[in-house]
Design a protein around this ligand. Structure first.
Ligand SMILES: C[C@H](O)[C@@H](O)CC(=O)C(=O)O
Ligand SMILES: [Mg+2]
Length: 432
């Protein structure tokens, strides 16, 4: 087969004015414009690799600058030279002396690394003629393991343990694929519960969500205590006692306040409390978890890298592991995190509030189900119903479940007309 050579990297600053309607708002991010540093790997073939990292408006330009910098490590490479030794390639991105001083493996540079690595996987899956989830589902265990960097995590998950998990998952895999294709992967909606929505809107959206088959609803909290409780009661009364509420404070509180505020919400019977405090406070999460039990603690969307996930798991700080498809270094690092979560028996429920994250994470959850956990118990993928129209292969959601794509790639390619219209600041959407 002809080698595919990467000839150029094109980067776009893409922003959608979602803050105008309070879409995506929470107690901390009160006016988010869902945005992306978006990249296209051009090649000497007809194929392109697309990837993005999710951001929130101002600051996207920093990720764009970092992506342009990282371009020097990929332009001129063949696809197979990367995928034959993924760990070495990833280390060229994360270990560049001087640039790595900005991290390492966190913040702007890691977000941008995620976009680039995801673009490689998009190209890889397209070159194999498969959607990413099918590529991962069929990949030999040894090949998958060669894509994972065990440095910094082999004290909790050895390569042999990972191999044992992947090997065991072969049993029943074909049936699980059939079941996913027939029944989809369970999901929850955040679309009814944004922070800036009025009581009336929350109630109406919950009613509409119920009619559409949703059973799990997430509500943003972290405002005035009485407001949180009132809004929570609206959700609970509307969806009834048997459906599930999750609450998300988006890091609003210190540890002690988080314990108080979570306990004040117990009458809602929340299925989980998400990001109650600083995402970096691993022991703080562990204490909160102990002192609000049986309310479960979820976090991960702001977790910088696999080392922090390792420690959250080691410290028994979380009940739900919320991987993020592009905050860490793309597919490879998420494979490692999913395997670690399995080792600790913690369910993975990916974060997907943002643009493109639903499109991405469906592939990762399918991998988790098919190759790692082999279970759907207590597992749901987040869904938000915004901006999907900009994707060439938007997610297929029916009755609160994701139905997986068959189009080759990582489902992240944005329509050319949307790339043009929402490019910042020159796109038509930003002219007025
Ligand atoms: C700013 C984002 O919309 C954030 O609120 C998303 C989030 O926390 C979630 O989806 O969970
Ligand atoms: Mg959240």
């Amino acid at each position: 087969m002809k080698q595919i050579k990467i000839t150029a990297l094109r980067v776009v600053d893409l922003r959608f004015p979602t803050s105008r309607d309070h879409i995506g708002s929470d107690a901390v991010n009160v006016d988010p414009d869902y945005s992306a540093a978006y990249c296209i790997l051009e090649t000497d073939s007809a194929l392109e690799g697309h990837g993005l990292t999710f951001t929130l408006g101002r600051g996207t330009d920093l990720c764009v600058a970092a992506l342009n910098y990282l371009g020097r490590f990929i332009v001129g490479r063949t696809l197979s030279s990367i995928t034959d030794d993924f760990v070495a390639f990833n280390r060229t991105l994360t270990d560049d002396s001087q640039f790595r001083w900005l991290g390492p493996e966190k913040g702007v540079i890691h977000l941008s690394t995620g976009a680039l690595i995801n673009a490689v996987w998009d190209l890889y899956a397209k070159s194999e003629g498969k959607p990413l989830w099918r590529l991962l589902a069929g990949m030999p265990a040894e090949k998958l393991l060669s894509a994972i960097d065990f440095r910094y995590i082999d004290d909790v998950l050895s390569r042999d343990e990972a191999l044992a998990i992947l090997t065991a998952s072969e049993e029943g895999k074909a049936q699980r694929i059939e079941s996913l294709l027939a029944n989809g992967y369970p999901a929850y909606t955040t679309s009814a519960g944004w922070f800036g929505f009025s009581d009336e809107k929350i109630k109406r959206l919950c009613e509409e969500g119920l009619a559409d088959g949703w059973t799990h609803f997430k509500l943003k909290v972290g405002g005035v205590p009485a407001d949180d409780l009132r809004r929570g009661r609206i959700v609970r009364q509307t969806i009834g006692p048997h459906n599930r509420i999750m609450v998300d404070a988006n890091q609003k509180w210190g540890v002690l306040e988080a314990i108080d505020r979570t306990n004040q919400l117990t009458e809602l019977n929340p299925w989980w409390m998400e990001e109650p405090t600083s995402p970096d406070d691993i022991l703080g999460h562990a204490r909160i978890r102990r002192e609000v039990a049986p309310t479960r603690i979820a976090t991960g969307e702001h977790c910088h890298n696999k080392v922090m996930f390792k420690q959250l798991l080691q410290a028994e700080a979380i009940d739900v592991c919320q991987i993020d498809s592009c905050r860490v270094a793309g597919v490879n690092e998420n494979l490692a995190i999913i395997l670690m979560a399995a080792k600790f028996g913690i369910p993975v429920c990916p974060h997907a509030g943002g643009v493109g994250l639903c499109e991405y994470v469906q592939h990762l959850s399918a991998f988790d189900y098919l190759r790692v956990s082999c279970s759907l118990e207590d597992r749901v993928i987040e869904y938000v119903d915004h901006l999907h129209e900009h994707f060439l292969t938007p997610v297929d959601i029916r009755r609160g479940r994701y139905f997986l794509p068959e189009t080759p790639g990582y489902s992240i390619e944005i329509r050319p007309e949307s790339l043009k219209k929402f490019a910042f600041p020159e796109g038509e959407a930003w002219k007025s």
